[in-house]
Design a protein around this ligand. Structure first.
Ligand code: PMT
Length: 401
């Protein structure tokens, strides 16, 4: 099974003989469905050529900070934002020392400072260098910053000595990366998610709709699956593929979406409404294509049912999370919706041309009755994972009193 689909891994390579093992790591990660961007330190290019990593990852390799061409493509800040996870393998004593002191004198160290993603460090060096108190102090410092260390292994080393300092094997690193992306915070919970737009027909060939691509809701569904929830995804018409393990229910109109939601609400623990539901529908849907004989036509619209409000009003009210798509006064409007629709939590996102809708990136601010957290701007997948963690925390808090 491809367990790393939609995962963006930035693999940093520093200059040691173990760099050759990272070729196998790239191949493994790609086979598991991950997207991999390789960043090489100058020293590492003496051990393995960038061309090798380019061929394995299928992407250009990054090695220079403030490189004109690179900055006009994916610059260092975009790369830092792009990464769901940064893995530095091999990490030399020098690289560890630079990270421990917040240095930013090359692309890889700069990225680590500019990213809020987890950094996994896979050391590889001579036994004596690893055991040196300076290295050990640097390692403790980095662990204190939240970096995760993998290894080193103990055994025979390239320098002929035996001891701790060998780079952990690629298969084990890959397994730990898999573990990083999965959890059991929602084991045994049924999470119902709506996503995408609704289409409200005008006549047999025309409809009222909006720009929702479904990407945000589908990313939330994927993140809930990775948190071990049973997931049902009710979706308006979109062109993306639903996550493999979601129970998928396609719908077109708001009325159809409401019917499908109401069928499942009794068995739902957490309801997440990411769909951009059309607020209005035509009162009279023409059964024939409307002819363009008149200069002007009038469409009479009526309000659609408010799905989320009907969920929070039900006797089986699950933990309910809405989204607020706003073009202005984002936080004020979101807080009003949170209260007026009696939700447990709301994710507010600014929308407009190229923002929120359709894009791979989004900006989310989360509000609940007495709290708020800014998840910032990131990929929808990364935001979805952070949102699911937050929802699981609040859900468990609420249900354990
Ligand atoms: O699909 P993408 O291209 O990835 O874009 C993602 C998104 C911008 C669509 C998504 O992040 C988002 O904001 N979804 C909610 C959009 C919306 O309808 O917001 P709203 O402020 O109009 O509605 C507030 C809440 O009420 C939403 O949770 C909505 O699903 C729900 N609602 C709205 C109307 C209605 N009749 N019934 C509802 O349940």
């Amino acid at each position: 099974m491809n367990t790393l689909i939609n995962k963006r891994i930035l693999l940093g390579i520093s200059g040691g003989i173990a760099a050759y093992k990272s070729c196998y790591l790239v191949r493994d990660l790609i086979e598991q469905g991950a997207e991999v961007e390789v960043v090489m330190s100058r020293g590492s290019t003496k051990f393995v050529t960038p061309l090798t990593f380019q061929a394995l990852s299928g992407r250009p390799v990054h090695s220079r900070l403030l490189d004109h061409d690179a900055e006009s493509g994916m610059g260092h800040i975009s790369l830092a934002r792009w990464a769901d996870l940064i893995v530095i393998a091999p990490a030399t004593a020098h690289m560890i020392a630079k990270l421990a002191h917040g240095m930013a004198d090359d692309l890889l160290t700069t990225l680590c400072l500019a990213s809020d993603s987890t950094v996994m460090v896979v050391p590889a060096m001579n036994r004596q260098m690893w055991e040196n108190p300076a290295t050990q102090e640097n390692v403790d410092r980095l662990k204190g910053f939240g970096m995760v260390f993998i290894g080193p292994d103990v055994g025979e080393q390239a320098c002929g000595e035996t001891g701790a300092g060998r780079m952990v094997e690629p298969a084990e690193i890959r397994q730990l990366i898999n573990d990083h992306f999965s959890s059991s915070i929602l084991t045994g919970r049924h999470v119902l998610i709506t996503a995408g737009p609704t289409r409200e027909p005008i006549d047999p060939v025309r409809y009222i709709s909006n720009h929702s691509s479904g990407r945000m809701g589908y990313a939330v569904a994927q993140a809930a699956i990775e948190a071990d929830a049973k997931v049902t995804l009710i979706s308006g018409p979109v062109s993306i593929k639903p996550p493999d393990r979601a129970h998928y229910v396609p719908v077109a109109t708001a009325a159809e979406m409401q019917i499908e939601v109401s069928k499942l609400i009794e068995t739902t623990d957490i309801f997440i409404s990411a769909a951009a539901v059309a607020d209005y529908r035509c009162i009279d849907v023409s059964d024939q294509k409307i002819k363009k004989s008149n200069e002007n036509i009038e469409l009479q619209l009526e309000k659609n049912p408010d799905i989320i409000a009907s969920v929070t009003a039900s006797v089986h009210k699950p933990f309910t999370v809405g989204f607020a798509a706003e073009t202005n006064d984002v936080s004020e409007n979101a807080k009003i919706k949170l209260r007026s629709k009696a939700m447990d939590m709301i994710a507010a996102n600014p929308v407009g041309p190229g923002i929120g809708f359709e894009s791979d990136l989004n900006t989310l601010d989360i509000y609940w009755e007495d709290g708020h957290i800014d998840l910032g701007t990131a990929t929808k997948h990364k935001l979805a994972r952070n949102l699911i963690k937050l929802i699981a925390n609040r859900y468990h808090e609420k249900n354990t009193g």
